[in-house]
Design a protein around this ligand. Sequence first.
Ligand SMILES: Cc1ncc(COP(=O)(O)O)c(C=O)c1O
Length: 337
Amino acid sequence: MLDWKNLPFGYIKTDYNIRYRFRDGKWSKPEVSSSEYIDIHIAATGLHYGQEAFEGLKAYMGKDGKVRLFRWEENAKRMILSAEGVKMAPVPAEMFREALFQAIRLNRKFIPPYGSGAALYIRPLIYGSGAEVGVKPSAEYTFIVFVTPVGPYFKGGIKPCHMMICRDVDRAAPLGTGTFKVGGNYAASLRALIRAKEEGYASTIFLDALEKKYIDECGPANFFGIKENSYITPKSESILNSITNMSLIDIANSIGMKTERRKVPVEELAEFWEVGACGTAAVISPIGKIVDPDKNKIYEYCSDGLPGPSTLKLYNKLVGIQYGDEKDEFGWITIVE
Ligand SMILES: Cc1ncc(COP(=O)(O)O)c(C=O)c1O
């Protein structure tokens, strides 16, 4: 039996995963596999040329015993964008849905119970599986969905974490692949992420690659700041369009806050009342301190060690909808029967 309340954000083996192959211009029927391994051609473009993309979403167990999937259509759309961004065969939304549902149903016993604060993380991935030696897109693709139960990404859940501004590594270029969820962006972020972790920070904050003037995002999460009654989040050509962030903008508007998506200069950090990172994995992580070592600057928030009032309000509403405690007024939830 798993220790549901203390799950890491990590991989735990479940019973089944779902696989499809794209060959001769069409996708196969699903195959249910109980293996954690794949056979992969030594010349597959996914291994050599970064033809790979993935998604991440969660299924939540409600108090009523119903399993809720949060905004899967948005993940399906983003995976199509990512696939097209690195010239892969896109996964049709209906096939994406079928794979998610099957993976969740077959691994139902791994969905963390209501009240544990954990959820079933769903990881769809696609890669070029055909052999090529020259740089070109593969003619064959493999799409897999596996699931694993997870706790929160940033330890401490809603406890404020510390972040470090990174000025010597870029995760993505302005006209590059930053808006796609492709493996290469994560590989590019690792040097900065590991350094931040070694120095005791939860993650790194990337700035815009061109001018280093504006905030891009927080490792694997988007950034937001709160000033007076406004929710402010960066507009950038090189960040992943977070579904959590999109949802928080709608929630903020619905509770009477103003919202702005615009460039956020680094100096504005001194003006925010609350700041945080948001994403499927991060949920909402309030940030207690941001250090900019190269500029010798420290920005501090949450002086009492607790999340700010607006952050908390947004968190409670979002998590309430996801677990079914709050009315799904935006139509974001799909019940997995
Ligand atoms: C780079 C990056 N930014 C932001 C996010 C948050 O996006 P979402 O809210 O859709 O999970 C993620 C996680 O998916 C990410 O990897």
